[in-house]
Ligand binder design. Sequence first.
Ligand code: SAH
Length: 326
Amino acid sequence: MERLDAFMARATAAYYATRDPFGAAGDFITAPEISQAFGECLGLWCAVVWEQMGRPDPVILAELGPGRGTLMADALRAIAEVAPAFRAALRPHLVEASPRLREAQRARLGAYVIWHQEIASLPTGPALILANEFFDALPVRQFVRRGDAWAERFVADGAFLEHPALDAPPLPGAASEGAVQEVSEMSRAVVAALAARPGTALLILDYGPAAGGFGDTLQAMQTHAAADPLAEPGSRDITAHVDFAALAAAAREAGATAHGPLPQGLFLQRLGLATRAAALARARPSQAAAQLSAAQRLLAPEAMGRLFKALAVCDAALPIPPGFES
Ligand code: SAH
């Protein structure tokens, strides 16, 4: 028997250690793999925030959970073209637990990137940090309302078991019978640690509601279809919705300013993603339809534009970052 967060941590580590799950032949697809315009726009976001920071040199450009390294490759190419001074000042750092994906990132980005097993070893100093679909992979605990108390979910033989919650974090005082409250302590700790760093701006893109709430959002994807999250740990990608309200609260408690969350479609529209996709379509007419439909997938509310959100966590001395102006 394992507490759900321990089960999820073990399953996720085993899953990513052995495979590259992205794309048509894999289990799921992510925004940077859909359109190069995604990473390009985020790279330019970093360039503007670097200007807002007063152009620190050197500056860390870090990514959490970089997958195939596509977002970072697209961001670096756009930065080199538009903001060469920023390109010269930045030092790329990747936080990646999977040896298999580190190899994919090395093949894509070259060996001059510095890898970290976890955020704790990132060097101090001014930093721009990107995280796309990283937090949804971090473990959650689930608490279930039983009578006047909360029980906690454990996993044994592919099924949930409940035990009285012993060392629970603060939970709502009232809830209807059977309500499920998810808490990702690791996500909150990562945000709190980065929010406490002086001169740091963190941009989170992920899926989940803008305001928290009850519900079991644990899910698994295997070959682009929903699968049982508790079966065959390591064989499928397990995620949970990101609780943006909880992350914003953790950031504020650590002294940073939280901007958003905004729907991803609105944020990317403000960064000019549609314009960039139109330029790519004009440059390569044979791929025009594919470029435009990829952009639509990222922007449209019924696709990834609304369920996905953007949240920025910035040193309180920094101005409002691009895209988050009200
Ligand atoms: N950002 C990429 C990949 C998202 S998948 C994209 O958008 O395509 C999640 C990524 O986070 C993978 O690279 C996975 O190996 C990494 N990851 C998951 N849990 C992690 C952890 N606890 N520490 C470091 N990396 C982790």
